[in-house]
Design a protein around this ligand. Structure first.
Ligand SMILES: [Zn+2]
Length: 466
């Protein structure tokens, strides 16, 4: 029943096309089911006994399977709501769909985050900062941590009761990074579906996860392998590192055409006894390896980090992380926009699951230039174009340019003020003022109607690419 509901929501050309209302109901229904499944499984566990063990196990498994599918259905519902409202809904006035709404982020306290003062703490709006790390502030409707309205209502619930607003199919995050994150890659759409079908406990949805990172403070990024010449130079002077990559793999660096670094990684992951000596050599000559070693000791990720291209993004500079590309953020603060997905394949610098067989199947092992994104500038607007399902536009209002009309674009969208103070107004005459680190949410129709911005400061607009 759930599958057919989600399918019809995801495909408005079906016999019964999705409407904003039906998608809202579906979203609300799925959220309720997720909650009740969780409760049900929790209550059943202590009732285990030998006689009913098998039946109980099957029951719990079936509920778990269903719960795993819900984020996928929610994503389909989000996509369908935009299509449904863009094509079917009349332009309403004077209701929630044509108003601006303040939203507060959901904060994640991961170990690699910063202590206040930092960007994530500022975005949280919290009066005092506890020292536990402030890592991420999420603006969006991800089922794990939806944003909230000032009255505490989750944005998911608010949209479900005003479905013509639409569910944003992306996640906007602020990151405050004190320590390196895990070395990771995200699957493409096809692999995401396969991984999710095979291991839903590890890969919780069937979506890819393209990411755009815009630096707010200088941000150190590793992404994509170095060139064969750079890697050859490195192993040429470090015999223990060459041994960790294996003799055959070392020869691969000298071959023409170059076969990539994949064979080296395979040997490296299969021979943990070689890591310590290789790392001892590396940290003496490689700044990135030395930095990562300071946090992670003899983790294999120290060696992998030294194989990757390293850039320090200056404030306003951006990088796009395509599917299947190894990457890692080392330090800094920035804004990250991504498709709402949790599919991460890790190979080091983490206490979470390391899945090197999957990772080796994904990465090409070849060098590709890091995809820095240079924004297209038009008046006060900077458009960060990248091949993903979202649009990201920076707006700078200053001395000569204190007013700007945002081109109409279908929402749902977020306007996040980064510095100063910005007034956002609608064609219907309502307006809202946001200061640095405050965020507004607007529905599909309001985005299409067009917004005007006034003031002195900087803001970032994120909307779906349709
Ligand atoms: Zn990532």
């Amino acid at each position: 029943m759930l599958s057919s509901l989600a399918e019809s929501a995801a495909n408005p050309s079906n016999r019964e096309p999705a409407t904003a209302e039906s998608v809202g109901q579906l979203y609300s229904l799925l959220s309720d089911i997720k909650e009740s499944l969780h409760d049900e499984v929790g209550k059943m566990r202590p009732l285990h006994n030998h006689r009913s063990h098998r039946a109980m196990h099957q029951f719990i498994q079936s509920r778990k399977d269903l719960a795993q599918k819900i984020p996928e259905f929610l994503q389909a519902a989000a996509n369908a709501s935009i299509q449904a409202v863009s094509t079917q809904a009349p332009l309403a006035t004077g209701d929630a769909t044509m108003s601006l709404h303040r939203v507060d982020p959901a904060v994640q306290r991961y170990v690699w985050g910063m202590e206040p003062p930092c960007l994530v703490h500022a975005m949280s709006g919290a009066a005092d900062g506890t020292p536990e790390p402030w890592a991420e502030a999420w603006f969006g409707v991800h089922p794990r941590a939806p944003s909230t309205l000032p009255n505490g209502m989750p944005l998911t619930e608010f949209i479900a009761s005003n479905p013509a607003l639409g569910f944003p199919p992306f996640l906007l995050k602020a990151l405050s990074i004190a320590k390196p994150l895990s070395i990771q890659a995200h699957p493409d759409q096809e692999l995401a579906a396969t991984l999710h079908a095979r291991r839903p406990d590890i890969y919780p949805d069937a979506s890819h996860k393209p990411e755009l990172m815009i630096a707010v403070k200088p941000t150190r990024v590793l992404c994509g392998f170095k060139t064969s010449a750079e890697l050859l130079e490195l192993v040429g002077k470090l015999p223990a590192l060459a041994a960790a990559f294996g003799a055959a793999a070392f020869d691969a660096f000298n071959s023409e055409p170059w076969s990539g670094v994949k064979g080296c990684l395979t040997h490296l992951f299969d021979h943990p006894e070689t890591h310590e000596a290789a790392i001892a050599e590396l940290v003496a000559v490689d700044g990135v390896a030395a930095f990562v070693h300071g946090f992670f000791g003899t983790d294999v990720g120290v060696i992998v980090a030294a194989l990757l291209q390293h850039r320090t993004l200056q404030p306003g500079e951006a990088v796009f992380i395509p599917a299947n590309e190894l990457h890692c953020y080392l330090s800094g603060e920035g804004i990250e926009v991504m498709v709402s997905s949790d599919n991460v394949v890790r190979c080091g610098l983490t206490g979470k699951l390391i899945d090197t067989p999957t990772l080796l199947g994904m990465v090409s092992g070849m060098h590709a230039e890091m995809a820095q994104v240079t924004p297209t500038v038009s008046g006060p607007f900077r458009s960060f174009d990248c091949p993903a399902e979202f649009r990201v536009v920076g707006v700078t209002l200053d001395g000569g340019n204190t007013e700007a009309d945002v081109e109409p674009m279908p929402g749902p969208l977020f306007v996040l003020c980064m510095t100063g103070e910005v007034e956002v107004s609608t064609p219907m005459g309502s307006s809202a003022v946001i200061c640095a680190h405050q965020c507004l949410f607007a529905g599909i129709d309001l985005g299409l109607a067009g917004l005007r911005m006034r003031g002195r400061g900087e803001a970032i607009i994120v909307a779906p690419r349709v």
